[in-house]
Ligand binder design. Structure first.
Ligand SMILES: [Zn+2]
Length: 243
């Protein structure tokens, strides 16, 4: 399901004071492994682009797991694409964007392929557990989990946070956090009004890679969430994350 109309009435904090903030390099360098769980293609850009670029540069082993095929986008009908074409093209855009964000240091994204728009947590949970285990086995470390959506049950959420695929990703992450003690962070939507949380500001090269990642989404992503992409670039590419 795309994010068209999802809370685009608010602008990111683009004040001179916000722009003057230095890149966030004060946090401790903690290479390890991280799994990014995205409801569908382009959410990883809209929520955690700067975080991925930073972690990649720090040497973190990163995997992107995409929950759904992303085919509920209205762009599919507008462009008269078949379901299969839509999935392949969206995966292609995401793979290219992921190459930009990670500077080719992480494997191609994994698409779990659940039908977009009707995902439930019970179906998603075992698949995410499997991917976390695979990453843990490959790296010998317990992965952190970054989720490309935010809490759907809070007053300052955006419409996209409440889409079924987003809710399922959120629920799975909460269950894994509570059951396994996993470290989990959720990415706020760039158009959330005055989002609070850990701000990750990209450095200049990371910001250029975010530009490249967004350009990778020219055909479908840009037709689906253009205003969100514009807001990300206008805000210097930052990500905002919370527990
Ligand atoms: Zn979404």
């Amino acid at each position: 399901m795309d994010d068209t109309g999802a809370g685009h009435d608010t602008a990111p904090d683009n004040s001179p004071a916000a722009k003057r903030q230095p890149p966030d390099d004060s946090a401790p360098v903690t290479p390890g492994a991280s799994l990014v769980l995205s409801p569908h293609q382009d959410d990883e850009i809209n929520r955690v682009a700067a975080l991925v670029a930073r972690e990649s540069d720090r040497g973190t082993a990163l995997r992107l797991v995409n929950a759904t095929d992303g085919c509920a986008t209205a762009v599919r009908t507008k462009l008269a694409l078949s379901y299969e074409q839509t999935r392949r093209w969206r995966d292609r855009e995401q793979a290219s964007a992921w190459s930009w964000l990670t500077d080719d240091r992480s494997p191609r994204p994994i698409n779990l392929g659940f039908p977009d728009g009707a995902l439930v947590a019970d179906a998603l949970l075992p698949a995410v557990e499997r991917e976390l285990q695979a990453l843990a086995d490959a790296t010998g470390t317990t992965p952190r989990l970054y989720v490309a959506t935010w809490h759907p049950d809070r007053p300052d959420t955006v419409v996209a946070d409440r889409h079924p695929d987003h809710v399922a990703c959120h629920r799975v992450a909460c269950r894994l956090r509570d059951a396994l003690g996993l470290e989990v962070r959720f990415g706020r939507h760039v158009t959330a009004a005055r989002p609070t949380g850990e701000v990750v500001l990209p450095d200049e090269h990371q910001r250029l890679r975010i530009e490249g990642a967004i350009a990778s989404y020219t055909v479908i992503g840009n037709r689906s969430v253009r205003t969100t992409f514009e807001a990300i670039l206008a805000g210097g590419g930052r990500s905002v994350l919370t527990e």
